[in-house]
Design a protein around this ligand. Sequence first.
Ligand code: MLT
Length: 209
Amino acid sequence: MAASAAFIHRFEPATAPGLPPLLLLHGTGGDENDLLPLGRTVLPGAALLSPRGQVLEGSMPRFFRRLAEGVFDEDDLTRRTHDLADFIAEARTQYGLPAPLALGFSNGANIAAALLLLRPEVLAGAVLLRAMAPFAKPPVADLSGKPVLLLSGRLDPIIPAENAAGLAATLEQAGASVERRSLPTGHGLSQADVGIVGEWLSGKRAQAA
Ligand code: MLT
C-alpha cells in the first residue's frame, strides 16, 4: 500500500497563494483533527496536511513507540520517521505541494525533529512545540538554511530544559537557523505559543514574498 494511503490523514487545500503548506503532527492521544484549528490560526490560507500517528499506546495514537515517558524506542522511531517521510513525499505528489513546514506538538514535535535529522529533504523547516532530543546520539544532517522555531515550557515536567537546549544545539550545528524561546508555562500549549508561532510564520511569509 502507498504510504500516503497507509496514513489516515486530513488535507485542507490552500485558500491563499504563496504560503508554505503546514504538516501538522499531533501529540500523544491526539489525532489528525487536533491541530487543524491551530494551523488555520497561525497561517491562515495555507494548505494543511495532518496525518494520524500509526502507533497505539493503549487507545492513544502516537507517531512512534516509547519505553517510558521521554525514553524512546529508537529503532521504532527510525522506522516510523522514514514511513512518515515517505508519506510526505507521496502526499506532495498527490496534492501538488511544495515541501511543508512541520508544526508539531510534543510527540509530534519529537518526530518532526527526527524528520529533520534523518530525512531533512522532506521539510522546509519546523515549528517544534515542547520537543525533546529524539535520539541519544543524533545522526549527522545537513540542515543549512532551514528555519526552526523551538518553544519550550519552563515549568514542563516532561522535558528538562537541558534536553531542549541540546536539541537546539544539535539542529544549529547541523546548519539550521534556530530560534528558541522558553515560556513561563508547562507542557501544554498556551496562548503565548499561538501568538509567537503566528508572528514567526508571518515573518517567514514576508521573507518569501
Ligand atoms: C514522547 O513520548 O514523545 C514524549 O514523551 C512526549 C509525549 O508524547 O508525552
